[in-house]
Write a protein that binds this ligand. Structure first.
Ligand code: DC
Length: 229
């Protein structure tokens, strides 16, 4: 497909911090619109998992870049809108991707510019007809700067800490809200001020604060925005 044709394929970018509800909202939007879904965080998590599984030292940038470039991954979408399956080298890694060890490594590899660059082409290949919902941190600011619709989804640190607390309790993990809140505030500051792909709303993005909204209300606001812009 020519570059011009690709640019005509609609993309809705949804950026924002974790705990804003992005993952759930993007899955619902993609199902409702019949669009493809890019979970870009999963690509950083997959790279992290490859680094962990192959014992690659964090200072070996060329090897990590190589791992990011050569990820053998298959995303298997589900027809009912529930979570998609992710296979790395044929192995279902859905659970491993969500482990704390993987999350911590993902945030380290995501700070390496060569890794971000290596994942660019792979992310852009998700732009296929009839359209794409792209979930991430830099979808509207870096990866799909020409997206037709850009959304920035956020929520107050207090609400995000409460949501994370609930998730952990459900997993049987004990956690203090005050500690979670402190680490969320620190991470927000790091994400906003880092030099590579800082977490900021893209120019012209529709900013939605999900703190006091239900999932359905957020989805509806975004659908209204898409229809009217
Ligand atoms: O959204 P998530 O928690 O699955 O993201 C995993 C990590 O990757 C997290 O540290 C943020 C980072 N990330 C990023 O830097 N850029 C993206 N587009 C998506 C995720």
């Amino acid at each position: 497909m020519s570059e011009n044709n690709v640019k005509n394929i609609p993309v809705i970018t949804v950026d924002g911090p974790s705990g804003s509800g992005k993952g759930t909202i993007c899955q619902i939007l993609a199902t409702k619109l019949g669009y493809h879904l890019l979970d870009s965080g999963a690509l950083y998590r997959l790279t992290a998992l490859a680094v962990i599984k192959n014992d690659i030292p964090l200072d070996d940038t060329p090897a990590i870049e190589d791992a990011a470039l050569n990820l053998d991954v298959i995303f298997k979408p589900s027809s009912d809108g529930s979570e998609q399956k992710i296979l790395l080298n044929g192995e279902d890694v859905g659970v491993q991707l969500r482990l704390d060890e993987t999350s911590a490594m993902a945030s380290k590899v995501a700070a390496i510019p060569e890794v971000r660059e290596a994942l660019l082409t792979r992310q852009r290949k998700f732009r296929q007809n009839p359209g794409l919902v792209a979930d991430g941190r830099d979808m509207g600011t870096v990866v799909f700067t020409d997206a037709q619709h850009k959304v920035f989804l956020t929520a107050s640190p207090e609400i995000r800490a409460q949501r994370r607390h609930k998730q952990l309790i459900e997993k049987g993990v004990d956690a203090r809200i005050s500690h979670l809140l402190k680490s969320i505030i620190e991470r927000d500051e790091r994400d906003r001020t880092r030099t590579v792909a800082p977490l900021v709303p893209a120019e012209g993005a529709f900013v939605v604060d999900s703190s006091n909204l239900t999932i359905d209300e957020v989805v509806q606001q975004i659908l209204d925005f898409i229809e009217n812009s």
